[in-house]
Design a protein around this ligand. Structure first.
Ligand code: GLP
Length: 252
């Protein structure tokens, strides 16, 4: 029996509002105490409305990100920051350029680090997360291969930040945005499953019918390295936020 908290919402807007309210509460408490908040951030279409809600809270309710430190899950191999499909560019466009975050507090793996330096770069990313005090709250989407970050199957539960080869399903899903499969990078740098599980709280958002089957496997199958999101079942403070379509294949 899986222990992971599963929350079904009337629609994705209600789900992202509930999650953003949790983030607001955390950030405001830390701000008042003069402390930083360390957020683990994700890309993909799923978190876009969540970022829109954070921007709204910043603009309309004065939520300040001046003390927030962020670590993104992953970056495509070979893409410079200014590439329109880089995750660096995505984060600027959907969140960072709209809030008062200090650019020095933003961290993403580099897609253009020299081949010989990738291991060192990944170790330094882990060190930076630890030096910041660890991730307070990590958000996730889920790929159709069951990956979190870019932890393609099979990924071990104790894997750390590293280079991974992308699954053909994942590359196919990204192809329209890149204008064709040939343009989609074949590899990425991603936080490991173990890196993600070290976060004190975790929220995975999944919306839409296309995610229904993999959401069911992540929640209802025994923990296994073929569906890396299933490792969230082992975390004491992880939750899945679903809309009715993404929850439609759950059997319990
Ligand atoms: C990519 C990202 C994942 C994301 C997944 C699903 O593979 N690396 O972090 O969860 O896409 O994307 P979407 O939310 O667009 O379905």
């Amino acid at each position: 029996m899986s222990a992971v908290l599963t929350r079904r919402f009337a629609d994705r807007q209600t789900a992202v509002r509930a999650l953003a309210a949790e983030f607001q509460e955390l950030i405001e408490a830390r701000n008042q105490a003069g402390q930083s908040t360390v957020l683990g951030l994700a890309t993909g279409s799923t978190p876009i409305p969540f970022y829109q809600e954070l921007v709204r809270l910043h603009r309309q309710q004065g939520l300040s990100f001046a003390r927030v430190i962020t670590f993104n899950l992953d970056e495509y191999g070979g893409l410079p920051p200014d590439h329109p499909e880089s995750y660096w560019h995505f984060m600027q466009q959907h969140l960072f350029q709209h809030i008062d975050i200090d650019p020095q507090n933003i961290h993403l793996p580099s897609g253009t680090v020299a081949e010989a330096e990738i291991d060192q770069h990944c170790a330094a990313y882990e060190d930076a997360i630890r030096a910041a005090g660890g991730i307070d709250y990590q958000i996730l989407g889920i790929g159709r291969t069951g990956h979190i970050g870019f932890n393609e199957p099979p990924s071990r539960g104790d894997s750390r930040t590293r280079r991974v080869e992308l699954d053909e399903i994942t590359r196919g899903d990204a192809a329209p945005a890149f204008g064709g499969l040939e343009a989609v990078p074949s590899w990425a740098i991603t936080m490991g499953v173990g890196t993600i599980l070290d976060a004190r709280r975790i929220a995975l958002m999944a919306f839409g019918e296309a995610k229904a089957d993999i959401v069911r496997r992540a929640i209802e199958e025994p923990v296994n390295d073929r569906v890396t999101a299933s490792f969230l079942q082992t975390h004491p403070m992880a939750q899945f936020l679903l809309d009715p379509e993404a929850a439609s294949a759950l059997t319990r």
